[in-house]
Design a protein around this ligand. Structure first.
Ligand SMILES: Nc1ncnc2c1ncn2[C@@H]1O[C@H](COP(=O)(O)OP(=O)(O)OP(=O)(O)O)[C@@H](O)[C@H]1O
Ligand SMILES: [Mg+2]
Length: 145
């Protein structure tokens, strides 16, 4: 994985947020497995960013928010991408019961609302923080311990 701590993307549109996700995908190529925690308010652009990441990993399938399904899985070649939306979870146990630890060891887990399962977010996870600056602008910051 390239040096990613401190990367900042500025976005003025949905397209630019997807482009940022696509660029980020290149930066984490070689990560293979682990957690990418996506922090940010409702409508901050987390799902948009994940769409870009999927594109960057060469996934042709349409990426939709797993708000109701909790988890969606995508695959390209040997690389698995899991997209998790923890918003509706009430406890970390709920996601452990559906195999969370296996997902984290098998592929890259992109997690929206990681606050909901904070005890499961390892200290070494990649953290991406989204800030709504205005109706159409977002700041996206990458942190890696
Ligand atoms: N620069 C921008 N980047 C991304 N989305 C933007 C931007 N400007 C406006 N938007 C709007 O913000 C919303 C972002 O939606 P998205 O589903 O990606 O957010 P989210 O962070 O996943 O929210 P949720 O927590 O509800 O899942 C969309 O309605 C989009 O049109
Ligand atoms: Mg979302």
């Amino acid at each position: 994985m390239k040096h990613i701590d401190g990367i900042v993307y500025k976005s003025s549109s949905v397209g630019e947020t997807m482009d940022a996700g696509e660029d980020f995908a290149k930066k984490i190529a070689g990560m293979n497995a682990g957690i990418v925690a996506l922090y940010g308010d409702l409508g901050a652009g987390k799902t948009c960013f994940v769409k870009g990441i999927a594109k960057g990993f060469g996934i042709a399938e349409t990426v939709n928010s797993p708000t109701f399904s909790i988890i969606n899985c995508y695959k390209n070649g040997g690389q698995q991408l899991y997209h998790i939306d923890a918003y509706r979870l009430k406890s970390a146990a709920e996601i452990l019961n559906i195999g969370f630890e296996d997902y984290v060891s098998e592929g890259i887990c992109l997690i929206e609302w990681p606050e909901q399962i904070e005890p499961l977010i390892s200290k070494t996870a990649v953290k991406v923080r989204f800030t709504i600056e205005s109706e159409t602008t977002r700041t996206i910051k990458v942190e890696k311990a």
